[in-house]
Design a protein around this ligand. Structure first.
Ligand code: C5P
Length: 303
């Protein structure tokens, strides 16, 4: 019997390293981005609808503010892109149940696009190869391939050329969420502005981070976290510096802005330390809401 609907669960990401090279002539920056997929999930359900209805979308859940419910949603673009590639008439309804913070530096939009590619492949039995899916993903955005891959990986180029990273153990995270997002292009532009007078080197993967992941040592991973977009994000949103400081004061092993922000990620030793930090951050009054998660977890998968 042909299936009429498929649901895919897809995680959020945090960057353990985000090193940004000079701005290229195409407007993008060469990156070294070490990604870890973490256990905050969106669920994307794709259902076949009748011929001629095109792609429709609805967004539900507790994190929906600011998510477009039209053709500008990256999930709609993903459905159309894979439809074009495989010569399909794409008449589908996309339902996104969101938990990943919107415009938070955790790749929520990219995650939904990745989930859509995986769901469309399964629903229409396209049997696309992994390479084909990753290629479509990179056309949609720099972070989309990683949301298919999951785990821990190093992204180079625009961040879309992935190599799996060797990582031992499970990492415990506390995320301080903001109610208002930051625009990724705006944060990159602020980064360029702040470095206008500086000689910017090509990015390199951090040996200290790779070694710490290999040995599964959260203290060393915490010390090795780096993000070149942290200062630009704090420049646009000065309150983030205070959030970072509060987390460090309460004993986080590492504190970092996630991607282009404004989510702040704290690495902690274990689940109990995560609970304690979550309570302390909430009580401090400088953080709107907190989420706890572990990583690494799988990329987009049919459930
Ligand atoms: O690839 P994506 O559409 O997700 O990128 C969003 C924005 O982030 C780009 O428009 C660009 O401003 C910035 N970006 C960049 N260099 C990268 C990745 C993203 O400047 N490698």
């Amino acid at each position: 019997m042909a299936l009429n609907s498929i649901t895919v669960r897809v995680p959020a990401k945090v960057n353990l390293q985000l090193s940004v090279g000079p701005r290229e002539s195409n407007g993008y920056h060469n990156l070294v981005s070490v990604f870890q997929a973490v256990s905050i999930f969106d669920e994307v359900t794709i259902s076949k609808s009748h011929a001629g209805s095109g792609v429709t979308i609805a967004v539900t859940g507790d994190q929906t503010h600011g998510v477009p419910e039209d053709g500008s949603n990256l999930a709609v673009k993903a459905a159309q892109l894979i439809g074009d590639k495989f010569d399909l008439d794409v008449d589908v309804h996309i339902e996104i149940k969101k938990s990943i913070p919107v415009a938070g530096g955790m790749a929520g939009g990219s995650a939904d696009a990745a989930a859509t590619l995986i769901a469309m492949d399964a629903l229409f039995r396209l049997e696309a190869s992994r390479e084909e899916l990753l290629d479509l993903a990179s056309q949609l955005g720099s972070d989309v391939p990683f949301m298919i891959a999951g785990g821990t990986a190093v992204g180079t180029g625009r961040g879309d050329q992935l190599t799996a990273a060797l990582s031992r153990g499970t990492y415990h995270w506390v995320f301080a969420l903001s109610t208002v997002g930051l625009s990724t292009p705006a944060v990159y532009a602020e980064c360029d502005r702040m470095r206008a007078e500086l000689e910017v080197a090509e990015p390199r993967v951090s040996d200290a981070l790779m070694q710490a992941l290999l040995t599964g040592n959260p203290t060393a991973v915490g010390e090795a976290l780096t993000n070149d977009l942290q200062n630009p994000a704090c420049s646009l949103r000065p309150a983030l510096s205070l959030v970072l400081e509060v987390g460090r004061d309460y004993g986080a092993l590492g504190a970092i802005v996630s991607g282009s922000g404004p989510t702040v990620a704290f690495l902690v030793a274990d689940e109990e330390a995560g609970l304690d930090l979550a309570v302390a951050l909430t009580a401090s009054g400088v953080v709107g809401s907190v989420a706890r998660a572990t990583g690494p977890v799988h990329g987009a998968r049919v459930i």
